[in-house]
Design a protein around this ligand. Sequence first.
Ligand code: ADP
Ligand code: MG
Length: 639
Amino acid sequence: MAKKHFKAESKRLLDLMINSIYTNKEIFLRELISNASDAIDKLCYLSLTSDTGLSRGDFRIDLIVDKQARTITVRDNGIGMTRAEAEENLGVIAKSGSFQFKGEMDKAQAGAEGEDLSIIGQFGVGFYSAFMVADEVTVLTRHYGEETGTRWNSRGADGYTVDDYEKETVGTDVILHLKDDTEEEIYGSYLEVWKLKALVKKYSDYVRWPICMDIEHQERYETGEKHDDGTPKFEYRTVTENETINSMIPIWQRSRSEVTDDDCIAWYHEKYRDTKDPCALVRVNAEGAVSYKAMLFIPGEQNDASYTSENRSNVTLYTNGVMIMEKCDKLLHEYFSFVRGVVDSPDVSLNISREMLQHDRQLRVIGQNLEKKVKGELEKLMREDRPKYEEFFKNFGVDIKCGVCDEYGRYKDFLKDLLLFHTDDDRQVTLKEYRDAMPESQQAVYYASADTLRHAKDLPQCEAVRGRGFGILYLTSPLDEMVFESLRDLDGKPFRNVATDDLGFETDEEKQAAEARDIENRELLDFVKETLGERVAKVKLSDRLASRPCALTTEGPVSLEMERYFQHSPSEEMRQVRATRVLEINPAHNAFTKLREAYDGDRDHAAALAKILCVLAEMNAGVDVEDTAGFTELVSALF
Ligand code: ADP
Ligand code: MG
């Protein structure tokens, strides 16, 4: 019996794996079970057309543990392999011959930690993964219709042997002799029934054939003897029962007529341990270039415990009921990372030897379609149940907003219809609703920004805009302003902060009158600016302040809110970002008259008044007043 060598590329892969490039050793079981399941599929299919004497109910996969011998056997009664097939299939990895993923492996090896490795860990390499946990693998197999079987045996990279073997039944036994335990890895733990059971649950719960295992129970039994008082004596004994450990029914694989939305929601509660109902459910059965089934949920509530950032990307990727990736972040963009659920595609092959890049492309196609569905479902919710949508937006709106700003606004057009903003009358509107309500004459989208909704609504500059009958969007986070920066405009109408200089609706006459007045008061305004120094960049008169004496506004893209936000930035450069402050003074207010009088008579007094006005404006805008002692002194001196 001559030892044969693995083909070069197989040997290489084996070396890589055995040298534990794989962190995720436990997937070996998933790989062997899915091979067993495939083999059963084939024989079951054959049974439809020819008389094999077998029916659906006869097929099963058994896991057999022998602690003494330190072996695990994965047994199936599927199609089996002929001797030639065993050599061909188990002796070569890339049957396609091109071994395309070699490059990926090289990269993974070179790049060591990180992404590439985890990709490989997710997909697996089929049969060979057995060598991650076993130092010897024996395959006993007999093909359907053949008289004799085959024994294939290998101790790893150096090669394998093949002989004839008398096997009584059709099918395949894959017997793993587990490696000795090391400090890093207790291979013996795979001999524990609970561990195998957990692995089957995790990766193979939805394999459609029963996976059976002997499980020990403690059973109470009557000994036949009696206590002194005449009652029967009981004792416990260990009984072994053969149990099916997978649940087999992937509910997302079943049609709407078989499984109702309520069934899906019940599944959601159990699976994610979330007592709240999801606010939307997306079910997809796509057939075409890429086929897949999906069952996605939009959670009803952000539940702190389960929504840390590491905990996101809750879409699990399956192929034919076999779990490939528990949290597949390649399907949906981060802005939809609150979505939970399952995607199952037979087109995403378990076998890594089919080019990885191909997987990525397929995942992207699926992801794109799913994102459209998720968005559609959210829009529907927005139309049909606004309070529920508002609740959703309260929980996950931040993700959408970040998505609008991400990657230089690449996704803004896709996401902008999902945004909601506070407006007058305590309502929340979409940008489209705001746009539709705009009067003909309105040339810009107005917004007011402050730390709270109350403060934003109370900003003095709002009055002029409201007075024109224009709606205002109230923003309470700098992120909102960044969203507007990202969007740039709404159907050509620019976003305008009510606190900026030019609101875009002053008539020419008004502008001229204002200019004339500025010239008239130039000297005084320059004096105020000089007095205040760097605290403000500009001082001007304003008609927009209604009953208030003054206000602090900004010019340019950076608002006071943004400045405050950047103060907490880890980047030194960002922390230096300052808004260009403008002190606006109301010429119709008594304060201005007093300032004017003082300027003409007593410059020191005028300087004091200017400083007081500036502090009032700062306080109103929510800016910290730096020199409170100085301010107290100034005000006290007025008495
Ligand atoms: P893949 O399953 O992606 O084809 P594997 O490395 O897992 O790759 O398996 C290689 C091949 O070996 C399978 O395609 C199949 O032909 C054969 N094989 C593996 N396990 C079994 C089994 N239990 N019964 C029959 N054939 C098997
Ligand atoms: Mg396989």
